[in-house]
Design a protein around this ligand. Sequence first.
Ligand SMILES: Cc1cc2nc3c(=O)[nH]c(=O)nc-3n(C[C@H](O)[C@H](O)[C@H](O)COP(=O)(O)O)c2cc1C
Length: 204
Amino acid sequence: MNISVILAHPDNQSFNHAIARTAVTQLQKNGHSVIFHDLYAEQFDPLLPSPEIPTETLLPPDVVKHCDEISSADGIIVVHPNWWGQPPAILKGWVDRVMRPEVAYKFLDGDQGEGIPVGLLKAQAAIVFNTSNTQPERERDVFGDPLQLLWKNCIFDLCGVSTFYRKMFTVVVTSTYEQRQGWLRKVEDVVGRYFSADDLNRKT
Ligand SMILES: Cc1cc2nc3c(=O)[nH]c(=O)nc-3n(C[C@H](O)[C@H](O)[C@H](O)COP(=O)(O)O)c2cc1C
């Protein structure tokens, strides 16, 4: 299978980088082809310019490449920290520019965008790994767990990927080395479960 891994964290010593590395290694161990994007390292431009908003338009080559990759991905893994209950701006901008109409979703004939879109992504599953410094109960009860709503409802369900798994590793700031090693084993386990070595639908 072709799996796209998208990472948004500016520090390559961060736990987010460790999560992404672990996910990529596990995918490769299981025989999958991985397309890995470290959005900060490649200095992805998150600003959606006005000419890119119309559905029919000429896109810059780097955006075309991202769009082609996400359209053809059999699986998607996103890794980012919780910043104000949101992804870092660079990843929000990646969503704005790459998860675009006729790539990730479309509206039916006669629907100018007021109706319910049809998802176009063919990925069989999407996984989101997050990190934060908030206790899970507080994230859920006080903040409403906005990242769950965003990634599951607003993005992956809408774009046609209904098999969805998300894990928030927390509290990072007070975590021990052993705890973080345990979290990385969890990453291996989840990635192995959703994108296993003996997946019958493998396309490698
Ligand atoms: C701009 C910014 C905003 C943040 N907002 C939150 C937040 O809303 N909730 C939270 O629990 N942690 C927040 N944090 C803390 C990060 O989530 C935390 O440092 C990160 O998940 C730790 O992972 P890392 O070691 O890979 O950076 C924020 C950090 C930054 C830099």
